[in-house]
Design a protein around this ligand. Sequence first.
Ligand code: ATP
Ligand code: MG
Length: 418
Amino acid sequence: MALTAVKGFNDILSDESLRWQHIEQTARRVFELNGFGEIRVPVMEKTELFCRSIGDATDIVEKEMYTFTDKGGNSVTLRPEGTAGVMRALIEHKLYAQDPVAKLYYMGPMFRYERPQKGRYRQFHQIGAEITGVNDPLADAQVLNMLTSFFREIGLSEPTLQINSLGCPECRPAYRTALRSCLEERIGGLCEDCKRRFATNPLRILDCKVPGCIEKSAGAPSVLEHLCSSCNDHFSSVKRYLDLSATPYSINSRMVRGLDYYTRTTFEMVTGLLGSQSAVAAGGRYDGLISQLGGPSIPGIGFAIGVERIALLLGNQQFTSSPDLFIATMGAGERDIAFSLMDGLLKSGLRVEMDYEGKSLKSQMRRADKLKARYSVVIGENEVATGSATFKRMADGLQSDAALTVAGIHSLIMKLEQ
Ligand code: ATP
Ligand code: MG
């Protein structure tokens, strides 16, 4: 039987990689501008970390985790998301002792056992950012502005920002009770998952995609009407700061996130172009998480961007990576000089390709076209004898002569590119 990749795990081939690099580089640039530094944490953690952070009664922990027992008999899990591991590292290395405000970002693969479909895979990739140590709504606004800048810089204007507040341990229990009493008489019409959620995690019912459940939960009480006064003030300030920075957003009081650790501000960047895979980035505040994991009582807020979904949205945009110059040779005698020129030009920072295998001139020129080289040159006995050659700009056929030296070629290309 032919060996293939595991279902839901994908190879990223070179064309696609260029798109991914564009996404990753844009994120690094925008995040670093905002003062965030990269943290790299393992892809596998003790299972208990995710149970204690994401919550036992969430879809992720109940059915989506890749959990297994290692050879030492320990239960380990491939990370389904990034925040838990980053917070574990923050506590383990006491990062808060060096600086009470930590601004961290990460990127890498996450693993969830879900039904694979467009925009939903079993290994997928997230780019995330977290600020810990700040309660102030300013941090919420900066995180949201940074996420908005990322989308602008990447060239996607369609996803829109939706925000909500999920309250805090002070006010959420009363909301949960109000929601339960509203849904109690409609429970018969809910899907099996929601019947279970009714007991364990009724807020999740608002997030169910099953049409019957959407219908039954329509008109359910709004979490925003049950916020305590300090959560209400916090949310008002977040909105005020977003208005101050002219960041567009809408309020979606039905947005509940799939992880239990969220408090107060939650948000999603939503697209209409990917069917039910509508969230391309999501996050929120998690003021209780660090203490829940055994650390000090430090608040935090962050988000994760789904790289595959961004790549799908960028789908028809071309990201090319083409050589500046293709050096063709008439015969074997010119290959040494072509190789030295290529080597020198590469060291000078130009992207140069040549024929590796002594192919015919015609096939070398076909390759120059295929690689979309911007300039080409043919070196024969004549060029070697005179020490100069004619360079052709491939786009319009413009011809220019230059000395066959690294400096000569470099300055010609720089001049023509101005
Ligand atoms: P969804 O509602 O689509 O399942 P989610 O709420 O489970 O998303 P989060 O846990 O908030 O997603 O993860 C943040 C982002 O990671 C999502 O907005 C999405 O872009 C991406 N993402 C989540 N799960 C997957 C997956 N299985 N495959 C690809 N991308 C994913
Ligand atoms: Mg999910």
